[in-house]
Design a protein around this ligand. Structure first.
Ligand SMILES: [Zn+2]
Length: 214
């Protein structure tokens, strides 16, 4: 009951809390809406790449996106970090684990170029494990970095913003399967939304701990 209530609180209160306190960052205009899930604050997320799916140059761009989000998460007081865990043969489902692979995506639905999928979530909705799918056709270094930064953003509590102005958020749509959306790192408004999302998550966790001591 308590966990269900917490999940409900996060889902209902996040958008209100984020936007009422955010100055200069307007949802669906120059800032993304909040998404449905986040890694817990201060998680050390281990990122694994599928073997033989990425060239050495492509791996460098994936690592760069992870480094940028680790720095951004520190700045936004989320404390989440992304470190490389190595190459694997299949999806890995362990605590704070993220698998990165490729699939035929666009040929299947003619709409999407990449996906972030939660794999396992805690009873309060926070992520335990997840995976990211890129299309086989996304090979350009800048495009791949843009897509990776965008997909990592989903795990930081950011939703898609197709109506946002260009270059205002990494959560914009992409103009093509092999083209970035104008940014290859999180924007100031992306960080602001992340900061608010994690501030609220820490508050909910504190309240939950206090309630648990009653
Ligand atoms: Zn997206």
């Amino acid at each position: 009951m308590k966990t269900a209530l917490l999940t409900l609180l996060i889902v209902l209160l996040l958008p209100v809390a984020v936007y009422s306190q955010t100055i200069g960052c307007n949802p669906n205009h120059n800032a993304p809406p909040t998404g449905a899930y986040i890694w817990p604050s201060d998680s050390e997320v281990k990122v694994y790449f599928y073997r033989n799916m990425f060239t050495p140059a492509q791996k460098e761009t994936l690592l760069e996106a992870m480094k940028l989000w680790t720095q951004a998460a520190r700045q936004a007081a989320a404390g989440v970090s992304f470190t490389y865990g190595g190459e694997i043969e299949g999806l890995i489902d362990c605590r704070s684990c993220l698998t990165v692979t490729r699939q035929e995506i666009f040929k299947n639905d003619h709409k999407h170029y990449a996906f972030f999928h939660p794999l396992q979530r805690r009873s309060d909705g926070l992520l335990i494990s997840a995976w990211i799918d890129f299309d086989f056709a996304t090979v350009n270094a800048e495009a791949l970095q843009g897509f990776m930064t965008h997909e990592l953003g989903h795990g930081m509590g950011l939703g898609d913003c197709t109506s946002c102005k260009k270059k205002q958020t990494i959560m914009n749509g992409f103009p093509g399967i092999n083209r970035d959306n104008g940014l290859i790192e999180p924007s100031a408004c992306d960080l602001e939304v992340v900061r608010q999302v994690y501030q609220l998550q820490r508050q909910v966790a504190r309240n939950s701990n206090e309630a648990g001591r009653d």
